[in-house]
Design a protein around this ligand. Structure first.
Ligand code: SF4
Length: 389
């Protein structure tokens, strides 16, 4: 029996709902580097089995609440220093203005993003909070989320490592929340590595936030960043860590597989972007590791080929905004929703607009949140077509 047959057996086991070991996953990856056909077919098969022919997205407005950050990651251009042109310190009025516009564009999600605890490092951030009447960024986010809900938008907050009590408070208004695991390896926090100057990216800290979200029953979006100097074992361990969290708490609603893109003005500007074949293999491998999970790639980060990923196991495009840029990756504008719709149709899939929370997780939400959602919800738990199109 040669290695290829052995690997086929592992993939067959996955197709038969059997659990495979870390070593088998590694062997599947190694085999796929010689011939990816079997892995890609298995991923496509699993995707069809668990997600049928549907692919979803969330129609969102991106609120760049504050982009100061106490940490520094070697690839980040989102973070701004005081005085920089790209600095964002949204006032309550600015939030209200964007909410009104988002409503006009019939967005569903209000994505609230901040840097990591800016008030711990910057006087400017503390002044901004004081001017708006808050003691912490988390407190401001609670208020912003209440504003969004009042206007009929559904908040999803991504504000880094929030404490248990902060998560608990935000759970009242946020239908889901997000924090990328990025990678489980401590090696990427060592000197010379991308997360060396980012204490908040220590895997232990990130896992703690995800565990707390699990204890609180918050539908959580997480994911990995591919191409930042990791090796394949670290990718597999990261995906297995996410899978384990979900097995333990049942609250991971989706996993984003994000490809690194180098940015000028960063220490990693000369690092190549994630290799396309490597990235595709990781996406397919994610489906094999987590057959029933919602798996997403951001279409704007693979502008020339995002539709290819429909055949590799993904079932979601994440948030797409008709209104605001991707402030984390401003060089990569989102594709038009009508284009994503056409590409999905051409590939044999039906595009649906979801809430920032997937239907499988509706039971985690309060009656108040569910009642608001029902106003624009169809029988499949997605947003009514007449609302978002
Ligand atoms: S990626 Fe996040 S934590 Fe890292 S520097 Fe940028 S804003 Fe801060």
């Amino acid at each position: 029996m040669n290695k290829l047959v052995l690997n086929s057996e592992s993939l067959n086991n996955v197709l038969e709902n059997k659990v495979i070991s870390r070593q088998e996953i590694l062997e599947i990856y190694n085999d796929s580097t010689k011939n990816s056909r079997e892995l890609f077919s298995a991923a496509q098969n699993l995707r069809k089995k668990f997600k049928k022919n549907s692919v979803t997205f969330s129609k969102k407005a991106f609120f760049n609440i504050i982009n100061m950050c106490k940490d520094t990651c070697s690839y980040c251009t989102y973070k701004a220093e005081p005085g920089e042109e790209k600095l964002s310190l949204m006032s309550k009025q600015q939030i209200k203005d964007v909410l009104e516009l988002a409503k006009k564009y019939r967005c569903v999600e209000a994505l609230f993003v901040t840097g990591e605890r800016p008030e711990q490092r910057y006087q400017e951030a503390r002044d901004w909070l004081k001017e708006n009447g808050f003691k912490s960024t988390a407190e401001y986010l609670v208020h912003a989320s209440e504003m969004a809900l009042e206007m009929g938008l559904f908040p999803h907050t991504n504000a880094g490592n929030l404490e248990f009590e902060e998560l608990k408070e935000l759970k009242k208004t946020n239908v889901s929340m997000g924090i990328m695991l990025e990678n489980i390896s401590d090696r990427l926090t060592e000197k010379g590595m991308p997360h060396h100057l980012a204490a908040s990216k220590r895997p232990k800290t990130r896992l703690e936030v995800l565990e707390n979200s699990g204890k609180l029953g918050i539908p959580m979006t997480t994911g990995i960043l591919v191409g930042i100097g990791e090796n394949i074992e670290e990718i597999i361990d990261s995906l297995l860590a996410i899978k384990n969290l979900h097995n333990q708490f049942g609250n991971i609603q989706e996993v984003i597989i994000q490809n690194f893109q180098p940015k000028q003005d960063t220490r990693m500007r000369d690092s190549p972007s994630a290799d396309q074949t490597y990235f595709k293999t990781i996406v397919a491998l994610s489906r094999v590791i987590m057959p029933e999970m919602n798996i997403q790639i951001p279409p704007n980060l693979s502008p020339a080929s995002y539709q290819d990923f429909l055949q590799l196991g993904i079932n979601d495009w994440g948030g797409i905004s008709p209104l605001t840029p991707d402030f984390v990756n401003p060089e990569f504008s989102w594709p038009e929703i009508s284009r994503v719709d056409n590409y999905s149709k051409d590939a044999g899939f039906e595009l649906g607009c979801r809430f920032p929370v997937y239907p499988e997780f509706f039971s985690s939400l309060s009656k108040e949140l569910r009642d608001k959602m029902k106003l624009i919800e169809n029988e499949a738990g997605l947003v009514k077509e007449e609302y978002w199109r």
